[in-house]
Ligand binder design. Sequence first.
Ligand SMILES: [Zn+2]
Length: 211
Amino acid sequence: MKEGLEKWTLSHDGGHRYGAMTTNMSKCFNGVLKGARGLPIAVLIDYIWCKLVAYFNDWRTKILGDIEHGQEFSKHAIDKYEANYEKGSRHYVRPFNQKNGVYQVCTMHNPHRSDGGDHSHEVKLLENTCTCGKWEIYKIPCSHVIAVCIKEHVNAMKYIDPCYTLQQRLATYSHEFWCPRISHYGGRLPAQSCILTLKCYETKVDLCQQE
Ligand SMILES: [Zn+2]
């Protein structure tokens, strides 16, 4: 393989892809645009445009609703954090150098896990690292980091990367679409196109459910 390791491995990409290994954007658009297959090219473009308008509007509405309910982070980040917290509360923490934020974290023996548990990891809070590697990859504190935070009475949520905040997510969908008054092809917007637009809105899948 002549490509550099940082381009195709989790362990060498410096955490820049937050654990996502998919590089082909067409994969995710395949699902979103399934209904557009087989349409004539002009209708297909209108259809895609309608879908994007609906997609952006749905997500913006959902995120704003979540922010109003006091949610700070995405559901994905919170679910992962809570699962790690539950595990972290059972770990044993040994401070090695509290001043420099260095700790050893030991996990208990677990016969139900394929690897059996019984691990030892080094957490360096000031360097944002844990030898398990998950904190660097996912930018969400792993169970070992959370165990340290529990011992030190620190809120581990402050170590969740800002990219998972709903404000950042809202910024992703901040692009404004303009209601078209003329068709893409120069003249007045044909009635057929308007009807198609409305149908797209009526039949659109609730994309927020596909998170
Ligand atoms: Zn860890």
